[in-house]
Design a protein around this ligand. Structure first.
Ligand SMILES: [Cu+2]
Length: 340
């Protein structure tokens, strides 16, 4: 497609120069031919601008239905608001500069009787185009940074702690239980039955709950502190509907503070889609089955959420006895060097 357009353009350019030479040969004044060429080009530029801008507006409206629905988290609504301000600023500047660019090409096409004005500098103008963008960009960056700090730093003790653990190629979630503390984990303790490498001897791990199945639940209106980890390579936990994304980096904790505001059922009504589901996706090309790293996220009313969590088994109850004992000895030897 691109090659066809490119070759087509080259052919048109060749034809134009051929017709120019032909008109010179036929005795037509070269200046006249040049002038006709220039005016055709400038009209072409204007057409390009009008069609291009019209298509841009049309596509933006036409593809709206394919965009994400309204943000389903507190910070999501705020980031969408900031994003829209950014688009408004960029949009206004884009239209002004593009219209001026093409209009000037048209207006200042070659004219034998016009001489270019020598205009080396204008301090006032330069000051304006330096100071105004500086103020606008600083305002955008500062407001964005404040929002980012809120999402990633929050208050360290704030919210229900939920671990999202990525590995090639799936996700595991762990809930911290009533103590709101995740038990320590260590990579040497990882086994088939202990995929997170949890240290069972740590009291904080006693009430931890690891969810089975490819589904995680979140309560609506409750602040959540996500802790992200990875077993192997860098993954990226992406919850598009909550406008949340964070890298999962092997060997370190990354955090994200969020609060869901719309339950799955409410979102089904908003999107008029009975099959709607929130998702957690991997957004970092992490290997052959990267596309398959997907988990369904269900946002419940807090009461429903507690009921669901009660139905899930504590990790320690599901662990084989032999492993519990062995784990205790291994864990005591590594305790000194481990910290989650
Ligand atoms: Cu991944």
């Amino acid at each position: 497609m691109m090659i066809t357009i490119l070759l087509g353009t080259l052919v048109v350019i060749r034809l134009m120069s051929v017709s120019q030479m032909a008109s010179v040969l036929s005795g037509e004044d070269e200046d006249v031919a040049q002038k006709r060429d220039n005016s055709m080009n400038s009209i072409g530029m204007m057409l390009f601008m009008v069609i291009g801008l019209a298509l841009m507006v049309y596509m933006t409206i036409k593809y709206q239905p394919f965009m994400l629905p309204v943000a389903a988290s507190v910070h999501g609504a705020e980031t969408d608001f900031l994003l829209n301000i950014n688009f408004a600023v960029i949009g206004v500047v884009f239209f002004i500069t593009q219209v001026m660019l093409f209009w000037f090409v048209y207006k200042y096409q070659h004219n034998k009787n016009r001489r270019a004005l020598f205009y080396p500098d204008n301090h006032k103008l330069e000051l304006i185009w330096t100071v105004v963008p500086t103020i606008v960009l600083s305002a955008l960056i500062v407001t964005g940074l404040r929002e980012w700090n809120k999402m990633t730093q929050g208050h360290p003790d704030d919210g229900m702690v939920v671990q999202v653990y990525g590995y090639q190629f799936n996700w595991i979630t762990r809930y911290s239980g009533p103590d709101n503390k995740l038990g320590r984990s260590y990579y040497k303790l990882i086994s088939d039955t202990n995929p997170l490498g949890i240290d069972y001897s740590d009291p904080a791990s006693k009430d931890d709950i690891m969810t089975k199945g490819n589904e995680m639940h979140l309560p609506k209106g409750v602040p959540i502190q996500f802790i992200f980890n990875s077993r192997d390579v860098i993954h990226s936990a992406y919850f598009p509907h909550f406008r949340t994304q964070m890298n999962c980096v092997p060997g370190m904790d990354t955090r994200f503070y969020m609060e869901a505001t719309i339950t799955t059922n409410e979102m089904k009504g908003i999107t008029k889609n009975e099959k709607f589901d929130y998702v957690l996706l991997c957004n970092k090309i992490c290997g052959v089955a990267h596309y398959n790293m997907k988990m369904t996220v269900v946002v419940d009313e807090p009461a429903e959420f507690s009921n669901w969590l009660k139905g899930e088994k504590k990790i320690i109850d599901a662990a084989p006895t032999a492993e519990l004992e062995q784990n205790n000895t291994t864990a005591s030897t590594v305790n000194t060097e481990v910290a989650l």
